[in-house]
Design a protein around this ligand. Sequence first.
Ligand code: AMP
Ligand code: ZN
Length: 492
Amino acid sequence: MELYKEHQLKIYNSLSKKKEVFTPIVEGNVGMYVCGPTVYSNVHLGNVRTFMSFDLVFRYLKHLGFKVRYVRNITDAGHLENDADEGEDRIAKKARLEQIEPMEVVQRYTVDFHTILQQFNNIPPSIEPTATGHIVEQIEIIKEIIEKGLAYEVNGSVYFDVLKYNETEHYGILSGRNIEDSVHNTRVLDGQSEKKNPQDFALWKKADERHIMRWPSPWSDGFPGWHLECSAMSTKYLGKQFDIHGGGMDLKFPHHECEIAQSKTTNGVYPVNYWMHANMLTLNGQKMAKSTGNNILPDEIFSGDNTILNKPFTAGVVRFFMLQANYRSILDFSSTALEASEKGHAKLMEAISFLPSLIGGNESSFDVQAWKQKCYDAMNDDFNSPILIAQLFDAVKQVNLLKEGRATISTSDLEIFTQTINSFVFDVLGLPNEAANNHSDKLGGVVELLIKLRKEARDNKDWALSDQIRNELVELGIQLKDGKEGTSFTVS
Ligand code: AMP
Ligand code: ZN
């Protein structure tokens, strides 16, 4: 039986501002959409945190046996420099400054994004659609919204009429803003703006002659507004209504509010059942952000090459550090906090390495089933990874007691205990198995195994096999040396 049938998962829904029992639209299946990166610069650690939060969600849903379709887009057009629908396209600007094609910018930073996310052991989504690959779908939505009377064209650009929408719907349903505070433009409307009201947002922008990223449309040669791509791609791949929509807290307004308005107008139904927002990673108490320079890049973490850092850290330690905080809490980055996590991470990994050497007996001196249930309770409570980690540290305590002979465990409990620790640490939290990934350790293990087999061959006077092992290892550049203390090896 699938695990989800035995567990009641609760998700904090940013829309209702409550934890709700998770019931997918189609039993056993989950459709999840997460806003992806705008690929115009290197991914910083703040971005990594948000994508890691949703990787945890993806992993746990899969662990529970749900069939998950996880869609995460790549924004490769349409995201302007500010939320006021003004300024240059971020990608086009980078291309202009570097004198390369916009698609070279997109390619470079998409590759960087994938590499970084893989380093932090995030599982790729099921579909990763791009904004530029869905211009046709976006144009269709604009036509639909115009037809419904909720968008208007001015000089080749098209804007969503927020005030009109708000006459019958609630613009602000997600962010809790009232209409007066929902202004997309901090500048006073100076007559130059094409918008009827400052709350309106762009669905299509006419490209001026300098703007290189442009597509034909019924209104002008131009490009889609940033919010539109997510409505287009989520509807296309997950349907008019789907289960989970995620993103960083900073996307709630205006991005997600606009997405709701667009999708509700086009499809007649609210698109998302559970809205999830991941909280920010801060540095010196301020949000990590590309634009302010208050950020740290993953490569700086791995090399230790940043004055903020006392030393380098591995991706596993950073992942552990991030998951020690609840995804809905702000997390402040510091070298000392990472150093503390590094110690905890090492303790956990050390205990895991002892697991194979533990021996089961007749009875258990602690309740393994109750402990296992607490691990699930933590994750069922809105993916509460810090509580799960606290439970794993209880397990570490037990491993150490077992090692010292101060606790006992039955053979069947030992199997459950080992399997539960491994699946929560590696499958659900997704911590990289750095010991298993360490190839030199693995090589050492393999050679030790061959040394043991060679000794058995020699004990059986099977000289042919013993010589074959030694000679073939020499061909691979591995020399065995027999001594009084046994056989050692060197690699040339
Ligand atoms: P962007 O490429 O700017 O659209 O951002 C990609 C994702 O990273 C979005 O979901 C943002 O909400 C998220 N993000 C940006 N800055 C931070 C931060 N300091 N902490 C956590 N998430 C962030
Ligand atoms: Zn989005």
